[in-house]
Ligand binder design. Sequence first.
Ligand SMILES: CC(=O)N[C@H]1[C@@H](OP(=O)(O)O)O[C@H](CO)[C@@H](O)[C@@H]1O
Length: 565
Amino acid sequence: MLKRIAAADATYKAFDKRFAYGTAGFRTLGETLDRVCFRAGVLAGIRAKMDHGLAGVMVTASHNPKQDNGLKIFEKDGAMLEGPWEKLAESLVNTDDLPTFLTNLNAGQLSFPGVSLHTDFFAQPQGVQPPLVFIGMDTRDSSQRLIDAVSQGITLIGACPVNYGLVTTPQLHWLTQRCNELRMAMPGDGEVHGKVKKEDFNEAWARYFKEFSDLIGDSPKSRYETDLLLDCANGVGSIQFKLNLELMAEIFGGKDKVPLNVTIINDDEKPDLLNEECGAEYVHKDQQLPHNFALKGGRPGIKCASFDGDADRLIYFYQRTEGDKVPVIIDGDKQFALILMYIKSLLEKLGITHSELTHVFVQTAYVNSRSTKFLKAKGINNELCPTGVKNAHPIVVGYDIGANDEPNGHGTIVCKWDRVRAALESKKDSIEAKKIQAILQLSNMTVGDAIANLLLIESILRDLDMSIADFATLYEENPSRMFKAVVKDRTKFNVVWDESRLTQPIELQNYIDALVSQTTEGKAFVRPSGTEDILRLYAEAKTMEEMEALAKAILKEIDEKYKDY
Ligand SMILES: CC(=O)N[C@H]1[C@@H](OP(=O)(O)O)O[C@H](CO)[C@@H](O)[C@@H]1O
């Protein structure tokens, strides 16, 4: 086995830089990732060969430009790869000598705190259920080549790749945990994974949407808009969401019976067009209407949304008046504020207090100050964590109902079903209890999911009879924006745990502090990106002019004094 792994590894081009397991796995130019993917396949196979028996690998660079690619490894329950395993993955991928690394690792001469390798991973697996790695990819040019490399690594270490081809990232997370659930329920069945079809995801969400819809009933709405213009970033989201729409039409008994009428734009799967002037990242960060907006009926007042390239982000927006280039954006924070307010008000109607069913909303330093104020006023328990879903997860699971999000449209809500059911038990026949369960069911609890979140939010908007404009005015944000700064070595910029301040270079932090103190409702911070070779600057102020001046001054300072730091 080792010889075959060594021989295959040698066929991939060696690299002279170190790859980091960043905010969302390995991510960089697609053409440089072949060996990384092969080795990550070996690692995922080892993960699956431990007692868990199952892991997942998604080849995607999400919202990044088309020439990038990347991969994320995840656990059998669909959660992000455990922190200690990330360290092992990083060392394994970057080693100069893979055979020696693997030999020492297997013999226990090389160890990683928190990683327990109690099974000989060169041995043939025992037991009925084979070690599996669920794999999938987005529509990038390099994805097929890279997934082949992943697959080879998994196979050579003696695990089995189960290739789902073109799927959204959240879909693959969900399919992996679905298989895990089935394998636990049927331990004697070695073929159970064959029962997990990628359409199971689309069917489940079509059904969950219908179930919630039945609870709302079909009384006429005066403000809710059934029409939605959806920008799919020319990515894999359009392939999967179209299937959802077909299944919804079937379940509702006709397209005209579905209380949501979606028109899709930017659904060209050509890799060249992926995320090009469209998609959630473009709309949110560039604050622009997506390409083709006007092509299929985009006009002022029309409710719109954007997925990103692998459909794990969702941004809502609309054009306020004719000719506006800058859309009114409803970011992740506002989407989840709505969801939590909705659930909280149902709980209040049932008289269930925070101590009976705890909740939390975990956000990042990128949250707009007005959002924080709003949540406080509404009594929503709020915490901050570093960027990246993997950092929010450990906090969220400490509560009975926990949401986490990022303004860019990543977000999910999870719950402890046993605690929720116990709290609702004596009221389970009430409409409120039913709605709480139906709304939680609509959440993809494995990871933030644009398709699931869209169906969930549409359900709430309809139940509350809210228009897109009502949604946008839940609270009013301060003008804010994210900027990029290129520096020689971003790893020299260190931040505090929640990333809201630099610890090094402290002089730059002092400079930012001084500027912020002179700005009305000012907020600004700099942190190194975990997915791109840049620094990110966030700036916010009461007026657009002040926000722009604040950002400009900080960018100038970085350019003049810290570019070569
Ligand atoms: C400010 C911002 O949008 N950062 C993004 C970006 O991370 P960075 O570490 O900032 O590059 O990519 C992550 C993965 O997709 C996403 O989780 C995160 O929100």
